[in-house]
Design a protein around this ligand. Structure first.
Ligand SMILES: [Zn+2]
Length: 255
């Protein structure tokens, strides 16, 4: 039986995600922005939380961990981080570790830049990636702790996943990301199509995730820093893609 995924809103614009294995009844929450919406989503489905997969230490991704762990006795998986900013952790993971959620397998991909500890979880068999605050739809996370080459390298790791993988990201920022991306690539047909789709989804109050990674590769300007046309738009022909990525990120910060 195929894994089931539920998407819902936490806090203001964080996404909550549950991934459920019908074969074993195991259920993981990817991050835990706050306990309430996660508990309600579990109760709607009649699922019990067995695991929490933490992507990084920011408060809007771990705020619900303590309450959920106390309530369900679930296992908490989090990135290895010597500063141990994340509490209540049972299992610390590093790049290429594979963890089980029931019979589902999640592969850990270290994607630092937004924070130094950031990891993404890839469910290869389900063709799903949870990229939290590294890769958003038509955007990417702010580079708080790492640097631009580090973040660009992390984006390249995610871009290397197959086109038919679905991207689940950490925040509903897509409309704002589209607005910025259009300032750089106003004539990109994939971006224009995505802009229309996002406007429709938001008007219906629906989430803009998941999206197909293949579509993101065509429309997300932050995954396209090594496209000659993007370099030309920024008057940076021949520059290093990581530098072009940095310029894009700084323009977005100011937008
Ligand atoms: Zn964050």
């Amino acid at each position: 039986m195929a894994a089931e995924i539920r998407t819902f809103t936490c806090l203001t614009d964080n996404f909550g995600y549950l991934i459920h294995d019908p074969a074993t009844k195991a259920t993981a929450s990817v991050d835990a922005p706050e306990a309430g919406p996660i508990i309600r989503a579990l109760e709607r489905e009649g699922w019990t939380l067995t695991d929490i997969l933490i992507t990084h230490h920011h408060g809007d991704h771990v705020g619900g961990v303590a309450e959920l762990k106390q309530r369900y006795g679930c296992r908490v998986v989090a990135p290895h981080d010597k500063s141990t900013k994340i509490a209540n952790v049972d299992l610390r993971v590093v790049n290429a570790d594979v963890i089980k959620v029931g019979s589902l397998l999640a592969r850990v991909v270290e994607t630092p830049g937004h924070t130094l500890d950031h990891v993404s979880y890839v469910f290869d068999a389900e063709k799903v990636v949870f990229a939290a605050d590294t890769l958003f739809s038509i955007g990417c996370g702010r580079v708080f702790e790492g640097n631009y080459p580090m973040m660009w390298d992390s984006l390249l790791k995610l871009r290397a996943l197959p086109d038919d993988f679905r991207l689940y990201c950490g925040h509903e920022y897509t409309a704002s990301n589209v607005k910025f991306a259009l300032t750089v690539e106003p004539d990109n047909p994939a971006l224009k199509a995505r802009a229309e789709e996002v406007a429709r989804l938001r008007a219906e109050n629906k989430p803009t995730v998941p999206t197909l990674l293949g579509d993101e590769k065509k429309a997300n300007v932050f995954l396209r820093a090594d496209e000659p046309s993007v370099a030309a738009r920024l008057h940076m022909k021949g520059a290093d893609p990581a530098q072009i990525f940095g310029e894009l990120r700084e323009r977005k910060n100011k937008s």
